[in-house]
Write a protein that binds this ligand. Sequence first.
Ligand SMILES: [Mn+2]
Length: 317
Amino acid sequence: MFKKEILESIKEFDTIIIHRHVRPDPDAYGSQSGLAEIIRSTYPKKSVYVVGEADPSLRFLAELDQIEDETFEGALVIVCDTANQERICDQRYTKGKKVIKIDHHPNHDPYGDITWVNTDASSTSEMIYELFRYGKKEYGLVLSNEGARLLFAGIVGDTGRFLFPSASATTFQYASELVKYNFDRTALYDNLYNTKHSIAKLKGYILQNFTVSSNGLSTIKITKETLQEFGLTSRETSQLVGVLGDIEGIIAWVFFIEEEDAIRVRLRSRGPIINIVAQKYNGGGHPLASGATVYSWEETDEVVKDLEDVCFQYQQK
Ligand SMILES: [Mn+2]
């Protein structure tokens, strides 16, 4: 139903502007640019733009467009992979005539004129591929090799290379269809999983220093000084959060990364529902992978206490 409405809107508008979340990841880039690629290939006469702040480490996926405010007048705006309005990168999305939300995070903020949310989807890129499959015949949608590369990258990124429980039979089916397109998968993986020396060394530091509580919680605190010592920014550490995922006895873990004026909280779990804790501390996300923000080290102790409770409850089951 939503898919039909979305495709009708795409057909109707001449200018389509596609957004995604701040601090983009491969799924944000993949769904945004993959959808743009489908629309451009299908309707060459339409003006399609992808907007938001660029992330240099994801430039191999796509280049973004710089557009004037006026471009938004009468335009269709599609926001991919973004649960809440504050996280939409480029807040001019409100200037469009119609807004569509396409996302796979819990729908706490159902913004937009059309909201298509599927929390069972591994990634928004998977949903975009589903949209393509749905409209292939009736709307004559075209998916180029480049579009397939982008969507595949998004799925790979959000499933941790098909490792997370979110990778369903549908995910594998779509992936098997996407790899039939002609793109260089090896080059894509090389770009996605190319580790800088500084990141590799911080990874070593984390693996040497982690601890585990009796409830199975591991807590990692990375201060500004540590970041400086390793020559890294807070943003660059995001790819390290999975590093404790396969360690015996750890059922949930949290990274506190000190930034200029806040402490970023990255939460991961192998069972306990941790997004309820994230929501309590200016954040949110998926039940087993979410993020939050606190403003002092005292507050991080509160977060740890809440997480210990959640892990304790989980262990009682
Ligand atoms: Mn995503």
